[in-house]
Design a protein around this ligand. Structure first.
Ligand code: PNS
Length: 163
């Protein structure tokens, strides 16, 4: 059986915490789709297409083993994408009890809607404090986000600052 999983998120921008989860999930499933989804509850830093490009570059730079696809979805429910590609599992990284509280209702609704299960994965301890919102805030105030993001994001933020 071909086990296809989706790692959904805003990825605005992708962090080393995301990359850690993507690497470990790619080692478990036959096919992994990293899916950029617009979250209307968040003010975006990067356009969706740019987020996809940065994830593709970060995954290519990291040379992970595994069948990884990166794309975006904007035309309906997350589980509609899962149905379209035959994915039966969503993978989410869980850093704290706050993440558990945020993710649990979504996991139950996604299972109710389409029978899609959610698997929670714990990040490596070194990444447990890293979030895209922290990266956006530090970057917007002129701080160095180098320790938290892949090289592709560092290059992008440096170039956009130079423009
Ligand atoms: O990285 P984020 O912002 O925490 O990701 C949240 C995201 C985009 C995965 C979540 O908002 C989501 O699943 N959006 C898709 C809309 C949807 O299907 N909603 C109904 C079930 S929860």
């Amino acid at each position: 059986m071909n086990r296809i999983a989706v790692v959904p998120g805003s990825f605005d921008p992708i962090t080393l915490g995301h990359l850690d989860i993507i690497e470990r999930a790619a080692g478990i499933f036959d096919e992994l789709h990293v899916l950029v989804v617009h979250n209307p509850g968040k003010t975006a830093l990067l356009p969706i297409a740019q987020r996809v490009t940065l994830i593709q570059e970060a995954v290519a730079d990291a040379k992970f083993e595994g069948n990884i696809h990166v794309t975006s979805w904007s035309v309906g429910l997350l589980v509609d994408y899962c149905t379209e590609v035959g994915a039966s599992v969503l993978v989410k990284g869980i850093r704290s009890q706050v993440d558990v509280a945020y993710e649990t209702p979504m996991a139950i609704v996604n299972r109710d809607l389409a029978g899609v299960e959610t698997v929670f994965m714990l990040p490596s301890p070194g990444h447990a404090h890293v979030s895209s919102s922290l990266v956006r805030q530090v970057d917007s105030l002129g701080g160095d986000v180098g320790p938290y993001v892949p090289d592709a994001v560092k290059r992008y933020l440096r170039d956009s600052r130079a423009e």
